[in-house]
Design a protein around this ligand. Structure first.
Ligand SMILES: C[S@@+](CC[C@H](N)C(=O)[O-])C[C@H]1O[C@@H](n2cnc3c(N)ncnc32)[C@H](O)[C@@H]1O
Length: 163
């Protein structure tokens, strides 16, 4: 497949998995965590999928389209390995959904980041919460759920946190 095909498939996988996750958290109270705001594409999509749901976005810096920048109370800037560690103490309630999209071209750095992120997630999650990620994550207390039919395995990852 060409790089264009691969890029399109990645975006389709993201959209399918976010839609799948949004349906599954309909009955679970709690905010959404967008880990890696980037240019705000998936943040914007989550807003439209879950209207009225509080969404907290994390990134090192603001790089999002101006329409997709959360207000100051919902934008947490800094290295998420630090900001997420402190977040359980200040968040209004455990999260129903976390979307973590942070992979870069540096495979070793991305693997290290995934290893650092996974143990930070359980204290942030409600029982039954869904985690969607572009990386495989070893989250204690969570089980992997099969991604939607049209998403190739290993392209996007979905987990349910059992608590
Ligand atoms: C692939 S982009 C996210 C794209 C986003 N999902 C979208 O649809 O626009 C990944 C983002 O993660 C952020 N990021 C990566 N590692 C980070 C870290 N350790 N702390 C904070 N942000 C980080 C990067 O700054 C980048 O904006």
């Amino acid at each position: 497949v060409s790089r264009l095909d691969s890029f399109i498939r990645r975006l389709e996988a993201q959209r399918a998995c976010l839609g799948f996750a949004a349906e599954r958290v309909a009955g679970i109270a709690g905010p959404v965590l967008e880990i890696g705001l980037g240019n705000g594409r998936t943040y914007d999509h989550l807003r439209s999928l879950l209207p009225g749901r509080e969404i907290f976005a994390f990134d090192r810096q603001v790089g999002a389209h101006p329409d997709c920048v959360p207000d100051a109370a919902h934008l947490i800037l800094g290295d998420f390995r630090e900001t997420l560690r402190k977040f359980p103490r200040v968040m209004p309630a455990p999260a129903a959904l976390a979307h973590a999209d942070f992979g870069s071209g540096d495979k070793a750095a991305t693997r290290a980041l995934a290893a650092a992120l996974a143990p930070l997630l359980p204290p942030l999650l409600a029982k039954g919460a869904i985690v969607v990620s572009d990386q495989s994550l070893a989250i204690e207390g969570a089980q992997s759920i099969k991604t939607p039919e049209n998403v190739l395995q290993e392209r996007y990852f979905v987990y349910r946190f059992l608590g």
